[in-house]
Design a protein around this ligand. Structure first.
Ligand SMILES: Cc1cc2nc3c(=O)[nH]c(=O)nc-3n(C[C@H](O)[C@H](O)[C@H](O)COP(=O)(O)O)c2cc1C
Length: 321
Protein backbone atom coordinates (compact mmCIF):
# COMPACT_ATOMS: atom_id res chain seq x y z
CA UNK A 1 0.00 0.00 0.00
CA UNK A 2 1.37 3.39 -0.92
CA UNK A 3 0.02 6.17 1.21
CA UNK A 4 1.08 9.78 0.96
CA UNK A 5 0.69 11.77 4.06
CA UNK A 6 0.66 15.39 3.08
CA UNK A 7 -1.04 18.09 5.03
CA UNK A 8 0.44 21.58 4.77
CA UNK A 9 -1.84 22.78 7.59
CA UNK A 10 -0.52 20.21 10.04
CA UNK A 11 3.04 21.01 8.92
CA UNK A 12 2.45 24.71 9.57
CA UNK A 13 1.12 23.91 13.05
CA UNK A 14 4.20 21.79 13.76
CA UNK A 15 2.24 18.65 14.62
CA UNK A 16 4.01 15.34 15.21
CA UNK A 17 0.96 13.18 14.45
CA UNK A 18 -1.77 13.86 11.85
CA UNK A 19 -4.33 13.31 14.59
CA UNK A 20 -6.90 15.80 15.88
CA UNK A 21 -8.94 15.69 19.06
CA UNK A 22 -12.35 16.82 17.82
CA UNK A 23 -14.02 19.58 19.82
CA UNK A 24 -16.39 18.14 22.40
CA UNK A 25 -18.74 20.50 24.22
CA UNK A 26 -18.14 20.25 28.00
CA UNK A 27 -15.90 17.17 27.55
CA UNK A 28 -13.20 18.85 25.45
CA UNK A 29 -11.72 21.09 28.12
CA UNK A 30 -8.65 23.27 27.94
CA UNK A 31 -6.68 20.63 29.85
CA UNK A 32 -7.55 17.84 27.40
CA UNK A 33 -6.90 20.04 24.35
CA UNK A 34 -3.54 21.10 25.79
CA UNK A 35 -2.57 17.48 26.51
CA UNK A 36 -3.30 16.47 22.91
CA UNK A 37 -1.39 19.40 21.42
CA UNK A 38 1.50 19.00 23.86
CA UNK A 39 1.78 15.32 22.88
CA UNK A 40 2.01 16.21 19.17
CA UNK A 41 -1.61 16.06 17.97
CA UNK A 42 -4.03 18.97 17.65
CA UNK A 43 -6.38 19.51 20.57
CA UNK A 44 -9.65 21.42 20.37
CA UNK A 45 -11.67 23.07 23.10
CA UNK A 46 -15.40 22.40 22.65
CA UNK A 47 -17.52 25.46 23.36
CA UNK A 48 -21.13 24.68 22.36
CA UNK A 49 -23.40 27.47 23.56
CA UNK A 50 -20.87 28.99 25.94
CA UNK A 51 -20.45 32.70 26.63
CA UNK A 52 -17.18 34.39 25.70
CA UNK A 53 -15.89 34.38 29.28
CA UNK A 54 -16.25 30.59 29.57
CA UNK A 55 -14.36 30.17 26.30
CA UNK A 56 -11.64 32.55 27.51
CA UNK A 57 -11.26 30.60 30.78
CA UNK A 58 -10.59 27.30 28.95
CA UNK A 59 -8.33 28.93 26.33
CA UNK A 60 -6.23 30.41 29.15
CA UNK A 61 -6.10 27.04 30.94
CA UNK A 62 -4.80 25.45 27.75
CA UNK A 63 -2.22 28.18 27.25
CA UNK A 64 -0.90 27.58 30.76
CA UNK A 65 -0.36 23.92 29.92
CA UNK A 66 1.16 24.14 26.45
CA UNK A 67 2.96 26.51 24.10
CA UNK A 68 1.82 24.43 21.11
CA UNK A 69 -1.09 25.54 18.94
CA UNK A 70 -4.55 24.25 19.80
CA UNK A 71 -7.98 25.00 18.40
CA UNK A 72 -11.44 26.13 19.44
CA UNK A 73 -14.54 24.40 18.09
CA UNK A 74 -17.47 26.77 17.75
CA UNK A 75 -21.17 26.19 17.35
CA UNK A 76 -22.24 28.71 14.73
CA UNK A 77 -25.87 28.58 15.86
CA UNK A 78 -24.88 29.91 19.30
CA UNK A 79 -26.40 33.25 20.35
CA UNK A 80 -22.98 34.18 21.72
CA UNK A 81 -21.07 33.52 18.52
CA UNK A 82 -19.83 37.12 18.08
CA UNK A 83 -18.31 37.27 21.56
CA UNK A 84 -16.82 33.79 21.09
CA UNK A 85 -15.03 34.93 17.92
CA UNK A 86 -13.88 38.10 19.73
CA UNK A 87 -12.26 35.93 22.42
CA UNK A 88 -10.66 33.67 19.79
CA UNK A 89 -9.11 36.69 18.07
CA UNK A 90 -8.08 38.44 21.30
CA UNK A 91 -6.46 35.29 22.71
CA UNK A 92 -4.60 34.53 19.46
CA UNK A 93 -6.14 31.07 18.93
CA UNK A 94 -4.57 29.51 15.82
CA UNK A 95 -7.26 27.11 14.58
CA UNK A 96 -11.06 27.19 14.51
CA UNK A 97 -13.38 24.31 13.72
CA UNK A 98 -17.01 25.09 13.08
CA UNK A 99 -20.21 23.10 13.30
CA UNK A 100 -23.87 23.64 12.52
CA UNK A 101 -23.73 26.33 9.89
CA UNK A 102 -21.73 28.44 7.47
CA UNK A 103 -18.62 30.17 8.86
CA UNK A 104 -18.09 32.38 5.79
CA UNK A 105 -19.33 35.63 7.42
CA UNK A 106 -16.36 35.34 9.81
CA UNK A 107 -13.76 34.02 7.36
CA UNK A 108 -12.10 37.27 6.32
CA UNK A 109 -11.37 38.46 9.84
CA UNK A 110 -10.17 34.99 10.91
CA UNK A 111 -7.88 34.69 7.91
CA UNK A 112 -6.59 38.24 8.40
CA UNK A 113 -5.55 37.16 11.92
CA UNK A 114 -3.82 34.03 10.53
CA UNK A 115 -6.44 31.62 11.92
CA UNK A 116 -6.89 28.30 10.10
CA UNK A 117 -10.57 27.45 9.60
CA UNK A 118 -11.81 23.89 9.22
CA UNK A 119 -15.57 23.28 9.30
CA UNK A 120 -17.03 19.90 10.16
CA UNK A 121 -19.13 18.64 7.24
CA UNK A 122 -21.60 15.74 7.15
CA UNK A 123 -22.11 15.65 3.36
CA UNK A 124 -20.49 16.18 -0.02
CA UNK A 125 -22.58 19.26 -0.83
CA UNK A 126 -21.49 20.96 2.40
CA UNK A 127 -17.84 20.09 1.71
CA UNK A 128 -18.00 21.60 -1.77
CA UNK A 129 -19.79 24.70 -0.51
CA UNK A 130 -17.18 25.19 2.22
CA UNK A 131 -14.35 24.95 -0.31
CA UNK A 132 -16.07 27.55 -2.51
CA UNK A 133 -16.34 29.89 0.47
CA UNK A 134 -12.60 29.62 1.05
CA UNK A 135 -12.04 27.51 4.16
CA UNK A 136 -8.64 25.87 4.68
CA UNK A 137 -9.68 22.22 5.24
CA UNK A 138 -12.79 20.19 5.98
CA UNK A 139 -13.47 17.57 8.62
CA UNK A 140 -15.64 14.91 6.92
CA UNK A 141 -17.56 13.35 9.78
CA UNK A 142 -19.48 10.10 9.51
CA UNK A 143 -22.49 9.10 11.58
CA UNK A 144 -20.50 6.54 13.56
CA UNK A 145 -19.40 9.53 15.64
CA UNK A 146 -20.48 10.51 19.08
CA UNK A 147 -22.52 13.70 19.37
CA UNK A 148 -24.48 15.46 16.61
CA UNK A 149 -24.37 13.49 13.39
CA UNK A 150 -25.46 13.48 9.77
CA UNK A 151 -26.61 10.59 7.58
CA UNK A 152 -23.42 9.37 5.87
CA UNK A 153 -20.95 6.84 7.18
CA UNK A 154 -17.25 7.70 7.28
CA UNK A 155 -16.37 4.90 4.84
CA UNK A 156 -18.73 6.27 2.19
CA UNK A 157 -18.34 10.00 2.88
CA UNK A 158 -14.56 10.46 3.04
CA UNK A 159 -13.59 9.19 -0.45
CA UNK A 160 -16.43 11.16 -2.07
CA UNK A 161 -15.30 14.35 -0.35
CA UNK A 162 -11.64 13.64 -1.19
CA UNK A 163 -12.57 13.31 -4.88
CA UNK A 164 -14.58 16.52 -4.87
CA UNK A 165 -12.35 19.03 -3.11
CA UNK A 166 -8.70 20.07 -3.37
CA UNK A 167 -8.25 21.23 0.24
CA UNK A 168 -7.12 18.76 2.95
CA UNK A 169 -9.80 16.37 4.20
CA UNK A 170 -9.69 15.15 7.79
CA UNK A 171 -11.69 11.97 8.43
CA UNK A 172 -13.79 11.70 11.58
CA UNK A 173 -16.15 9.13 13.01
CA UNK A 174 -15.47 5.56 14.02
CA UNK A 175 -11.70 5.87 14.36
CA UNK A 176 -10.10 4.74 17.62
CA UNK A 177 -6.92 2.86 16.73
CA UNK A 178 -4.16 2.59 14.13
CA UNK A 179 -6.29 0.40 11.86
CA UNK A 180 -8.88 3.17 11.61
CA UNK A 181 -6.18 5.74 10.94
CA UNK A 182 -4.63 3.61 8.18
CA UNK A 183 -8.09 3.06 6.68
CA UNK A 184 -8.75 6.82 6.66
CA UNK A 185 -5.48 7.47 4.83
CA UNK A 186 -6.31 4.69 2.36
CA UNK A 187 -9.56 6.55 1.63
CA UNK A 188 -7.52 9.63 0.77
CA UNK A 189 -7.81 11.61 3.99
CA UNK A 190 -4.85 13.73 5.07
CA UNK A 191 -5.59 13.55 8.76
CA UNK A 192 -7.96 11.98 11.25
CA UNK A 193 -10.13 13.33 14.03
CA UNK A 194 -11.18 11.31 17.05
CA UNK A 195 -13.51 12.17 19.90
CA UNK A 196 -14.66 9.08 21.76
CA UNK A 197 -11.12 7.68 22.09
CA UNK A 198 -10.07 10.70 24.13
CA UNK A 199 -13.01 10.58 26.57
CA UNK A 200 -11.23 7.99 28.69
CA UNK A 201 -7.76 9.55 28.45
CA UNK A 202 -6.13 10.23 31.79
CA UNK A 203 -6.29 13.97 31.08
CA UNK A 204 -9.99 13.85 30.18
CA UNK A 205 -11.99 15.63 32.86
CA UNK A 206 -15.37 14.01 32.24
CA UNK A 207 -17.07 12.61 35.37
CA UNK A 208 -15.85 9.10 36.40
CA UNK A 209 -19.35 7.78 35.64
CA UNK A 210 -18.91 8.97 32.03
CA UNK A 211 -15.57 7.22 31.69
CA UNK A 212 -16.98 4.06 33.25
CA UNK A 213 -19.91 4.05 30.83
CA UNK A 214 -17.64 4.35 27.78
CA UNK A 215 -15.25 1.70 29.11
CA UNK A 216 -18.14 -0.71 29.71
CA UNK A 217 -19.97 -0.05 26.44
CA UNK A 218 -20.36 -2.73 23.80
CA UNK A 219 -20.51 -2.16 20.02
CA UNK A 220 -24.32 -1.83 20.00
CA UNK A 221 -24.69 0.30 23.11
CA UNK A 222 -25.21 3.64 21.34
CA UNK A 223 -28.56 4.98 20.15
CA UNK A 224 -29.52 7.97 18.00
CA UNK A 225 -31.89 10.44 19.57
CA UNK A 226 -33.60 13.03 17.36
CA UNK A 227 -34.12 10.85 14.27
CA UNK A 228 -37.69 12.08 14.00
CA UNK A 229 -37.24 15.47 15.61
CA UNK A 230 -34.51 16.15 13.04
CA UNK A 231 -31.51 16.77 15.26
CA UNK A 232 -29.64 13.47 15.39
CA UNK A 233 -27.36 12.86 18.36
CA UNK A 234 -25.46 9.62 19.09
CA UNK A 235 -25.37 8.80 22.80
CA UNK A 236 -24.86 5.76 24.98
CA UNK A 237 -28.17 4.12 25.89
CA UNK A 238 -29.66 5.11 29.24
CA UNK A 239 -33.00 6.15 30.72
CA UNK A 240 -32.94 9.65 29.19
CA UNK A 241 -32.07 8.41 25.69
CA UNK A 242 -34.68 5.65 25.69
CA UNK A 243 -37.34 8.01 27.02
CA UNK A 244 -36.46 10.58 24.34
CA UNK A 245 -36.79 8.05 21.51
CA UNK A 246 -40.04 6.70 22.98
CA UNK A 247 -41.50 10.23 23.13
CA UNK A 248 -40.43 10.94 19.54
CA UNK A 249 -42.23 7.86 18.29
CA UNK A 250 -45.32 8.76 20.30
CA UNK A 251 -45.37 12.27 18.82
CA UNK A 252 -45.08 11.10 15.21
CA UNK A 253 -48.40 9.29 15.59
CA UNK A 254 -50.23 12.47 16.70
CA UNK A 255 -52.12 14.76 14.29
CA UNK A 256 -50.07 17.72 15.51
CA UNK A 257 -46.73 16.42 16.75
CA UNK A 258 -45.06 18.59 19.40
CA UNK A 259 -41.41 17.96 18.66
CA UNK A 260 -40.34 21.11 20.47
CA UNK A 261 -41.29 19.65 23.84
CA UNK A 262 -39.49 16.41 23.00
CA UNK A 263 -36.35 18.31 21.97
CA UNK A 264 -36.34 20.08 25.33
CA UNK A 265 -35.86 16.68 27.02
CA UNK A 266 -32.23 16.80 25.91
CA UNK A 267 -31.52 20.35 27.01
CA UNK A 268 -28.70 20.54 29.55
CA UNK A 269 -28.21 16.77 29.51
CA UNK A 270 -24.65 16.75 28.11
CA UNK A 271 -23.55 18.98 30.96
CA UNK A 272 -25.38 16.68 33.40
CA UNK A 273 -23.42 13.71 32.03
CA UNK A 274 -20.00 15.37 31.84
CA UNK A 275 -20.06 17.42 35.04
CA UNK A 276 -22.51 15.60 37.33
CA UNK A 277 -22.17 12.05 35.97
CA UNK A 278 -25.99 11.80 36.01
CA UNK A 279 -26.40 8.16 34.96
CA UNK A 280 -30.15 8.33 34.27
CA UNK A 281 -30.67 11.90 33.09
CA UNK A 282 -27.41 12.70 31.28
CA UNK A 283 -26.64 12.53 27.54
CA UNK A 284 -23.50 10.39 27.38
CA UNK A 285 -22.47 11.32 23.85
CA UNK A 286 -20.12 8.70 22.46
CA UNK A 287 -19.49 6.94 19.16
CA UNK A 288 -19.84 3.38 17.91
CA UNK A 289 -16.17 2.80 18.70
CA UNK A 290 -17.02 2.94 22.43
CA UNK A 291 -16.94 -0.86 22.32
CA UNK A 292 -13.21 -0.79 21.53
CA UNK A 293 -12.23 1.92 24.00
CA UNK A 294 -11.21 -0.18 26.94
CA UNK A 295 -8.51 1.65 28.82
CA UNK A 296 -7.67 4.88 30.58
CA UNK A 297 -4.19 6.11 29.75
CA UNK A 298 -2.29 9.33 29.06
CA UNK A 299 -2.97 11.09 25.76
CA UNK A 300 0.72 10.82 24.81
CA UNK A 301 0.51 7.02 25.03
CA UNK A 302 -2.74 6.89 23.07
CA UNK A 303 -1.25 8.93 20.23
CA UNK A 304 2.08 7.09 20.14
CA UNK A 305 0.39 3.68 20.13
CA UNK A 306 -2.12 4.56 17.44
CA UNK A 307 0.50 6.09 15.17
CA UNK A 308 2.89 3.15 15.63
CA UNK A 309 0.11 0.75 14.61
CA UNK A 310 -0.99 2.95 11.69
CA UNK A 311 2.50 3.38 10.25
CA UNK A 312 3.13 -0.35 10.63
CA UNK A 313 -0.01 -1.20 8.67
CA UNK A 314 0.72 1.42 6.00
CA UNK A 315 4.34 0.29 5.71
CA UNK A 316 5.70 3.79 6.18
CA UNK A 317 8.42 4.99 8.48
CA UNK A 318 7.37 6.11 11.96
CA UNK A 319 9.56 9.18 12.26
CA UNK A 320 8.15 10.10 15.69
CA UNK A 321 10.03 7.39 17.58
C1 LIG B 1 -19.04 14.10 24.07
C2 LIG B 1 -18.90 14.60 22.66
C3 LIG B 1 -19.19 15.94 22.41
C4 LIG B 1 -19.01 16.45 21.11
N1 LIG B 1 -19.25 17.78 20.89
C5 LIG B 1 -18.97 18.32 19.66
C6 LIG B 1 -19.08 19.72 19.44
O1 LIG B 1 -19.41 20.49 20.34
N2 LIG B 1 -18.79 20.18 18.21
C7 LIG B 1 -18.40 19.37 17.17
O2 LIG B 1 -18.13 19.85 16.06
N3 LIG B 1 -18.29 18.03 17.35
C8 LIG B 1 -18.54 17.50 18.57
N4 LIG B 1 -18.36 16.14 18.79
C9 LIG B 1 -17.81 15.31 17.68
C10 LIG B 1 -16.27 15.17 17.81
O3 LIG B 1 -15.63 16.39 17.63
C11 LIG B 1 -15.69 14.17 16.78
O4 LIG B 1 -15.84 14.64 15.47
C12 LIG B 1 -16.33 12.81 16.88
O5 LIG B 1 -16.38 12.40 18.22
C13 LIG B 1 -15.53 11.79 16.06
O6 LIG B 1 -16.11 10.53 16.10
P1 LIG B 1 -15.77 9.41 17.21
O7 LIG B 1 -16.63 9.77 18.38
O8 LIG B 1 -16.20 8.16 16.56
O9 LIG B 1 -14.31 9.50 17.50
C14 LIG B 1 -18.57 15.60 20.06
C15 LIG B 1 -18.33 14.24 20.34
C16 LIG B 1 -18.47 13.74 21.62
C17 LIG B 1 -18.16 12.28 21.86
Amino acid sequence: MTVRIENPIFDKLGMKYPIVEGGMTWAGTGALAAAVSEAGGLGFIGTGYWHGDEVRREVRRAKELTDKPFGVNVMLMSRHIREVFDVILEEGVKVVATGAGDPSPFLDELHAAGVTVMPVVPSLSMAKMMQRKGVDAVVAEGMESGGHIGQMTTMALVPQVVDAVSIPVIAAGGIADGRGVAAAFALGASGVQMGTRFLTALESEVHPNYKAKVLKARDIDTIITGNIVGSRVRVLKNKMAKEYVKREVEEIGKPEPDYETVEKLESGTLRAAVIDGDKNGGAFMAGQVSGMVNDEKPVAEILAEIWAQATDIMGIENTTK
